[in-house]
Design a protein around this ligand. Structure first.
Ligand code: BTN
Length: 327
């Protein structure tokens, strides 16, 4: 078979699909299929390794993935969705950020539209941090939702999204996931997933939200440049996660959650958030800019503020610039 495309993405997608099967692929065979030299194949392999794909080579045999990989597949995910939706699903190979993709296409998207990618080169985290996004190792998902009644109706949205993720994880067998305010997902004291919600719109008008979710599924063995203890789903359940099934479960949960949130707000999610609170009644440090406040975590208020008992009594904290750490 010969593929006559010079396009880098097409070439790399072809190489990944061959490798994903799990067998050795020789540089020569890949080069013949693609109409490029072995040296060019080797350069593409190097770039794929830099994107986080665990590829090794054995002289005389060729290249092989350290673990077989089931690639994201749009038609499989659509077949597995159970919540009716007319929203668009975009499945990409490599992108800067799925949140950025939604941002650039937001005016054409209906509520619930999703972008998924195999890897991000500029994944965004909360508080201006980077979200490390190796190839095929995680779920990088962004969903678009417009709330017609504007900013005043989206308070607590990120907490409701945290609950949706806990529900999706439960459905694939991860039962011990907890929430750290406002919406980090923790398992065994380490971060499994994070949520970044980006909002645009004028005061008094509809607001357009990008709900960005990163969930570690099966991270590469190599140490990753992540500045806090982290964990992946593969370390906590014995069955292999099919990311297509998981994506469908997660999208279903998000569609249900955001529809309910739009009509009822945070109220239907508060009890579940409190039940999954990782720091309930523990001493924590609250970092707001340069200021650190210590106290005992007392859960969340009905509008989603973090309640902390300090010498001054129980205080409510709200806002995107707050970090919570164990004391
Ligand atoms: C956090 O810092 O905890 C939030 C991380 C959010 C990462 C996800 S990955 C998919 C989406 N696209 C991005 O660029 N960021 C979010």
């Amino acid at each position: 078979m010969t593929v006559n495309h010079a396009n880098t993405d097409v070439i790399r997608t072809h190489i990944i699909k061959q490798l994903a099967v799990g067998d050795f692929c020789s540089g020569e065979a890949l080069g013949e299929q693609l109409g490029i030299s072995r040296a060019a194949v080797s350069n593409h392999i190097k770039s794929l390794s830099e994107l986080g794909l665990d590829i090794y080579s054995v002289q005389g045999k060729g290249y092989r993935l350290a673990c077989p990989l089931i690639l994201l597949d749009k038609s499989k995910i659509l077949d597995l969705l159970t919540v009716p939706t007319d929203a668009q699903l975009t499945v990409l190979n490599v992108i800067d950020s799925t949140n950025q993709f939604i941002k650039e296409h937001q005016s054409d998207l209906s509520n619930g539209s999703v972008c998924l990618a195999e890897a991000q080169t500029a994944g965004r985290g909360r508080l201006g941090r980077r979200w490390v996004s190796p190839y095929g190792a995680s779920m990088y998902l962004s969903m678009h939702w417009t709330f017609p009644a504007g900013y005043q109706t989206i308070g607590g949205l990120s907490l409701a999204v945290g609950v949706a993720i806990i529900n999706a994880l439960n459905k694939i067998g991860v039962s011990q996931a907890k929430l750290k305010w406002p919406n980090d997902i923790y398992v065994l004291g380490k971060k499994l997933a994070g949520v970044l919600i980006e909002v645009e719109g004028q005061i008094g008008a509809a607001c357009h939200c990008i709900v960005g979710i990163g969930i570690n599924v099966k991270l590469p063995q190599a140490n990753l440049p992540i500045d806090q203890p982290y964990i992946d789903i593969n370390s906590v359940i014995t069955t292999e996660v099919d990311r297509n099934e998981f994506a469908a479960v997660l999208i279903d949960e998000l569609l249900t959650t955001l529809t309910l949130f739009e009509s009822k707000g945070l109220a239907p999610f508060v009890a579940q958030w409190r039940a999954a609170d990782v720091y309930a009644n523990q001493t924590i440090n609250l970092i707001i800019g340069q200021t650190v406040t210590s106290g005992i975590a007392r859960g969340i208020s009905d509008n989603g503020a973090l309640l902390v008992e300090t010498d001054l009594g129980i205080q409510a904290f709200q806002g995107g610039e707050i970090s919570v750490r164990p004391a």
